[in-house]
Each structure stands twice: as C-alpha cells, then as structure tokens.
Design a protein around this ligand. Structure first.
Ligand SMILES: [Zn+2]
Length: 271
C-alpha cells in the first residue's frame, strides 16, 4: 500500500498566527522553529500510523510556504519527503500517481471562512458552483486519479468542509477556532495520538471512501489577496479544462512562482 501525505502548517495544534518570514528577531525565529517542530511531530504520527496500517511506501509532501518546513532529519526513516521550492504544484503531481490513499495533515480553511484559523486561498470552480480549500483541491486532484482522501486534520472549520464533500473521511479536530488568530487547541502530544489513531482508522476504512471527483469540464480560478480578507482578487488567469487536475496544472503553470522556477534552472535563488 502506498500512502501520500499532504501537509500544511496552519492546521496543526498550537498554530494560530501567520508566520512572518520577514521578521528576523530571535523571538520570531524561536516561534517558527517551535511550529516546525510541532508540524514534524504531527507528520511523524501520521507516517508511523500509515506503516502500522500496512503501508510499504509513504511519501510526505512538505507543501507549506517555502516547502522546507518539516525537520526531515527527525522523520521516520521509512518514508520519503518531497520538499524544496514550490511544493504547491505542479511538480508533486506525478508522485501522487499509484497511491492507494491520500492523508492530509495540518490543513486550513479556505479563504473567506469566518472565524477559522488563518484562512486563505480560495479555489473557485465553475463561477462559484463549488468553492474549495487547498486541502479539498488536493483531494479532488487525487480523486481524478481514483485515490480516496481517507484522513484530514486541522481546525474545526476545515474538517467541516471535508465532511461536507467527503462524508466518509476520518477527521481529527486539532483545535476549535475562536477567531482567525485564537483557538482552543489540543496539547500537541494529544493531537499526535489522535492523528495516529485517526490515520490507522482512515486507512482501514479506505475501501468505503469514494474518491472525491468533480465532474468536468471545469473552469478554475484562484482567489486571495495580501490581507486574506474578502473581497478577493483573482490570482493569475481563469482556466478551463476537462478535469480539475488538468485545470490545476494549467493554472499553476501560468503562476508567477512557477515561471520563476523555470527561469532559474540553476535552482539556487531562494524565494
Ligand atoms: Zn500553509
């Protein structure tokens, strides 16, 4: 069994502020290191659970921000990790192929969700017929390949979106969101235990989880702005394609950050 673990940092227990990458203070350095450690522990809980549930291949995608957040030297050595610049896509897609299940750790709500922890990024499908977060977009891309999303963790707002779209998914609420920057959170050790148990349960149940499919053709737009407060702007152009995956790929290829990748083939320009 091959398990693909998609990760983000905003949904982990203990996280309730956007990171400030420009802040060079020791206080901010320590805070960010602490969040990275908490993320690493939650991902490790999911990796261990996947192997204990029978996986023989586990791939982790470090897909927040810089794509270089997880302290990989502390990860279970049986897994592999995709990391480095531009982990939002499209380079990770080929590694998803052949997976038996998608597991999502640390997810956050879509942009514009009231009272969610640091909600951002809003995928708009077919002029608003469907709205998706980054997490459910990953589930839809997996769904196109027939891969079920069996587990998600994050605040109570992102787990609610998943429950609506994929009722059979196993979810763990790491924190109740009280405002965009305040939560009532599980203590990290408790969150890790729940994630471990949840991933085992989700993988055992994978035969009963239908892959999340969005029927095409699809018009896709990405909405957000610098303050992450509606009304949002459209980022890049709207694209249309037969499937969500094709539309995602098409849209990502037109994005500033992907063009940046292609223009710097040496790969030594740090974002
Ligand atoms: Zn993130």
């Amino acid at each position: 069994m091959k398990v693909y673990i998609q990760t983000d940092i905003e949904g982990i227990a203990g996280f309730c502020f956007f990171e400030n990458r420009a802040d060079q203070s020791m206080e901010n350095f320590n805070h960010r290191q602490r969040m990275r450690k908490l993320l690493t522990n939650e991902v490790n809980a999911a990796v261990k659970a996947a192997f204990d549930a029978g996986a023989d291949d586990v791939i982790v995608n470090d897909s927040h921000g810089t794509g270089y957040n997880i302290m990989f030297e502390e990860l279970d050595p049986r897994c592999r990790i995709i990391h480095g610049r531009n982990c939002s896509g499209p380079h990770w897609l080929p590694l998803l192929a052949g997976s038996d299940a998608l597991v999502l750790v640390g997810m956050h709500a879509m942009g514009g969700t009231p009272c969610a922890i640091t909600p951002h990024s809003l995928w708009k499908i077919n002029d608003g017929a469907i709205y998706m977060s980054e997490g459910t977009m990953a589930a839809a891309i997996a769904g196109d390949l027939g891969i079920p999303a069996v587990f998600v963790s994050g605040d109570n707002k992102i787990t609610a979106e998943f429950a609506e779209k994929i009722p059979e998914i196993t979810s763990v609420v790491t924190k109740e969101a009280l405002s965009p920057y305040q939560a009532c959170s599980l203590i990290p050790a408790a969150a890790c235990q729940k994630i471990y148990d949840g991933v085992i349960a989700g993988l055992k149940n994978r035969g009963s989880v239908a892959p999340y499919r969005v029927s095409g053709p699809v018009k896709l737009e990405l909405l957000d702005n610098a303050k992450h407060i509606p009304p949002f702007d459209r980022i890049g152009d709207a694209v249309t394609a037969d499937t969500v995956s094709e539309a995602f790929l098409k849209l990502e290829k037109g994005m500033e950050w992907t063009v940046f990748d292609l223009e710097h083939a040496d790969g030594f320009v740090y974002p």
